[in-house]
Design a protein around this ligand. Structure first.
Ligand SMILES: [Zn+2]
Length: 134
């Protein structure tokens, strides 16, 4: 997979090898780097043992390069986004939950939901007034 994941603010590549790297901060102020899988719908997260959080806790995600907050409170207070550029240079918004334990990823192009992943996706895709498509 040659997909690139970019920061929406500075457009730096956030994917190195097989991980997307974010800087993160929990509600309790714990800060650290977290690695996500670039496979949409895979919610395994890698972080150091000291980066602790509880289920349901809000986690803020930041670009590790320009430190922009990736949150999109204008869409949802617990949502964040990155830019996906696929092999054909098509560009998408990837919207994901900032709530620990919530499994929801939405792939959008020009305000249309292209795909939704995760068991909590229904609840989130309703922000746009339509359900996920497969
Ligand atoms: Zn950035």
């Amino acid at each position: 997979m040659k997909n690139r994941f970019l920061c929406p603010s500075c457009r730096s590549d956030l994917k190195i090898k097989n991980s997307i790297i974010f800087s993160a901060q929990t509600e309790k102020g714990v800060r650290g780097l977290v690695l996500f899988s670039p496979e949409l719908g895979n919610y395994s997260i890698i972080h150091v043992p000291g980066f602790t959080y509880s289920e349901g806790e809000h986690i803020d995600f930041f670009c590790p390069v320009c430190h922009a907050n990736l949150g999109i409170p204008e869409v949802g207070k617990d949502l964040a986004e990155v830019v996906l550029v696929d092999e054909r240079k098509e560009e998408y918004h990837i919207i994901f939950s900032e709530t620990a334990g919530k499994q929801c990823t939405i792939k959008m192009k020009e305000n249309q939901i292209v795909a939704a992943y995760g068991e909590d996706a229904d609840e989130f895709s309703n922000f746009w007034g339509e359900g996920p498509r497969y």
